[in-house]
Design a protein around this ligand. Sequence first.
Ligand code: PHE
Length: 396
Amino acid sequence: MNKEAFLRWIITVLIPIVVLYSNGNLQITWAMPKEEVETVRIGANLELTGSVAPFGHSALKGMQLAVREANAEGGIFGKQIQLVERDNQSQSLYAQETMRQLIVDEKVMAVLGCAASSNTIAAVNWMEGTSNQVPVITPTGTNPRVTVRTDGRVRDFVFRACFIDPYQGNIMANFVINSLGIKRVAILTDNSSNYSKALTGTFMEQLAKNGGSVVGIQYYLQKDMDFYGILEQVIKEDPDAIYVPGYYEEVGRIVRQARAMGYQKPMLGGDGWDSPQIVNIAGTDNLENTFFVNHYSSSDPNLRVDKFVEEYRKSYREEPNALAALGYDAAKLLIDAMRRSQEITLENVRVALEKTNNEDFVTGRIYYNRYHDPIKSAVVIRFINGQQVFKERINP
Ligand code: PHE
């Protein structure tokens, strides 16, 4: 490098540029070498190790596929998208630290994640306590508190690609009455999870509205191994079905143990059932006559689903679950909003996200209500021979 080039390099590359955003926030960014200036950096804050690592890995694969496809189409205004991937270890505290690293150290334009509601809530609480807000889209965090604070204020920069828990609780309660034609249901709730408790609440309310009744309810905790005691308590009431709105690990053991006790009637759940591991934990035969609400089904007869499943299989040699589909859709939501922004600023992308309204998503059409929750369809899935089989799509 000659002297002049070196000087130019110092001026254009090394000197920090102070950017004054219109909202008055002072933000310091460093001019990067040319290759890096040309990329749009998006963070992924995901559960890649720890208790729900399969959730994070599936979501990440979906995100990576969407980013690869978008880059092949020319990226965003000619700039390539770079996904900056970080592991939050399935823990709230690390989810916050990961958010800090992505926004402050890595200077990403937006964050995709986390997968679990509790981690997402912790991460966005941290972000809102700083002056470093960027658009955040959780692919799969279904708890209402992800986008709305406890004081009722909508979080300006936080969005989701999935429906919310009250909605999936209602859908299962309607399915029980309308499709299964049964009324007396028992419930096993994971008392260590906001997700499970929220689903239990809305399911009970809607079931009662529909003329059904809860004939027994028992509680367990994450990592519990032995459910025979609480199963005995509910099975003695002879319920027509047992609703288990938990995560796949405990759910798998519960289904296995209920069947071992001779309970063959329907067992029901929500999106927390969606992991390939559930088949190994519960056992293929034990999963017969079980149904759960999900965001999408890879066997849904739909062109967009077919195309996604084909591309995903090509890349990863496995079937995409709902987390993968939502990871893909979360990335597409962001890329779509960035492409609709005249110029990519945080505020433009935020407003563009709010105005999202199109049918190009794998999990169906997405548009937002004022709580940043998408209005969208759900599906009910049935296990047959250990395979998730599409049963029906339910529109909002
Ligand atoms: N909905 C769960 C949560 O909010 C995460 C999840 C989504 C789990 C989809 C499984 C499948 O914590």
